[in-house]
Design a protein around this ligand. Sequence first.
Ligand code: UT7
Length: 325
Amino acid sequence: MINAKIIGLGGYVPEKVYDNAYMESIVDTSDEWIVRRTGVKERHISADNEYTTDMATIAGRKAIENAGLTPEDIDLIILATVTPDYFTPSCACVVQRNLGAVNAAAFDYNAACSGFVAGLIIAKQFIQTGTYKNILIVCADVLSKATDYEDRATCVLFGDAAGAAVVSASEETGIMTTDMGADGTGAMSITSLAYRNDEEEIEKRVAHRKDTVWMAGQAVMKFAVKAMADASQKVIDKAGLTWDDIALVIPHQANYRIVDSAIKRMGITEDKVFLTLEKYGNTSASCIPVAFNEAVEAGRIKKGDKVVLVGFGGGLTWGAALLEW
Ligand code: UT7
């Protein structure tokens, strides 16, 4: 069996920062509330003329360079976003053009914040069937452009970022076990509207704007804690390992309280968890690859380490992957 292994990572966050003092100046909130209830201190915000494909191209290029490959080596680009530049063309095709990845097929997919883990699972299938050798996964979102800055329950959470990984056919152990699921009964717990004319959804939004993200925060929190703990346990069980074998967990970075409750349920302590939440907030699917890249750069992950990546998000969806670095 051919293994699928991450051989390169790249991340990008825009320069502009909204700190908690700025959030205090635009909505009725406080640094104390935001830190205590979410753990977020700063979020990076794309420039007015900076969009998903711009950030995705930068992160994608970094991941390819980090892998020691060239854009021509890439056979497939898959891109996860909930804030595409266009419905068509796909962001993946724009990134393919920008990178000059002339040999790559390209498509977008949407698993919301579970996008990176879903991407690893998609890539693993193509590699293990021998279809492709080098796959670029890019997760990128300009959530700030879909945020209602009159809604204090959501605007303090979101930021913009892009993260990318090259997954390649390898003789070394890479992605070991995975788990992925969905619960469509919770579909309307996190919404961002498109063509469907849904007055009820528009009414829910503080600014009654169709183009913003809305969520039922408490319900999502409850779902997230169980989904992340269960999915992580499943990938460890499938590999016949225990938590003692795991060097690091990189969870979706949505809210510190979610992470804290989930790791208590997993029975692990925070020293096994890598967080970027304080600096970037929730950037959707890019949270995990951006944090993964920083963890490697910071020397928190060493060759041979076993790492659990676990996400949850709109859909509702969840996914986990256990890999050897
Ligand atoms: O990746 C996508 C997945 N999304 C998530 O993971 C989000 C999950 N949910 C959450 O992170 C939390 O539910 C929130 C951070 C959104 C909200 O925290 P909470 O502890 O669930 O607060 P709550 O919704 O129960 O609200 C408690 C109070 C309310 O005031 P009242 O009704 O008690 O007077 C809110 O209006 O806190 C108020 N509140 C705020 N107060 C100050 C909500 N947002 C804020 C705010 N500043 N920014």
